[in-house]
Design a protein around this ligand. Sequence first.
Ligand code: C6P
Length: 408
Amino acid sequence: MSGRIDRRQDFPLLVGPEGAELTYLDSAATAQKPEVVLAALAHYYRYDNANVYRGVYSLAARATAAFEAAREKVARFIHADPDEVVFTRGTTESINMVAWAWARAELKPGDEILTSEAEHHSNLVPWQEAARATGAELRFVPLSEDKTVSVDSVLGAISQRTRIVALAQVSNVLGNLPLEVARISEAAHRVGAVVLIDGAQSVPHLPIDVHAMDADFVAFSGHKMMGPTGIGVLYGKRQILAAMAPFHFGGEMISHVDPEVSTYKDAPQKFEGGTPPIAQAIGLGVACDYLSGLDMAQVMAHDRRLGELAASRLREVPGVHVYGPRGDRMGVVSFNLDGVHAHDVATALDQQGICVRAGHHCCQPLMRQLGVAATARASFYAYNTEQDVDKLTAGVLSTMEFFHHVAR
Ligand code: C6P
């Protein structure tokens, strides 16, 4: 398993006159899109554009067939069944759907919601609100020394009162190796709790088999896996989705409507009220096929190799602090330079054509745990190469020299 992938030529933004000069290291925020995805979007709008489920004419039937074919592709990508795939706007909406539709019906005072202080705000704030609305209590898994979540600490924190365990499989700041979800699911199910996995940073980067993970919910975003923005997924186990009330009410999620009362379609349609993001779903389906064609085991090996290389190179630079695991890691590397604000680092790198994100990465409690206000973050994907790591390292070195020269 070499994990050497070089697909830059498939990404128009990275080969155009400006793009050729770019070192794009912000895929954890959003990934670039391959030509096949862009072509699928254009093809849909040029030849197949109609609303889904509503029309009886053949153009509308074609749009509906393409939309449902996309659901099948996404389901295949995560080893789910199509009726377990709910299309949403992204990870944030997927988690909110569970925090509203599932949690408000299932939680009561005395119940516990188990999460961690390393979560993205999208997997924390909805649970704060669910706790407030139901009287349930928020509990936090103790973090390891490197501030990651370990399976053992999750197992130790699950109690007879735990009703839901909500954790990211890979942190968008720390780039830890994926949590072994199956072990967490087994322990959670033993006490009657359900498991929600925030897969925003894992589904795009590793082979995912939701049935093997045995998680009850998995949330992820299309735009981080080379698909369009505006589309995401909530995977849910069939029996849980069947019992769960809808979240959005309106057109096309109903079965029968009387003035006073309505009945709803089965999942997944009962969760997809209103006109769905049709082109975006089709684009996501094509992105899943593109990634499968690269082989997700290779994608993971590639991203890991670059992440580990970048972390070790940056650690060799005096005055650079790299956060997260010391050894094995995914392709997400957060760091700071002594005496230089992360935003200044990102601005200086931008002047050298290197795109990294700087800030709290929507993880303020984690920043507090790390004892910093912000970090710079480089993240890698299938269009990055070792040369990008070289440019990053050289860019960080010259940034350090510049600021320390100015400070003298
Ligand atoms: N993290 C980052 O730069 P949305 O915005 O709904 O597509 O994804 C939210 C989200 C949830 N969980 C994790 C672990 C994430 O990383 C993200 C998005 C981006 O780190 C944008 S803040």
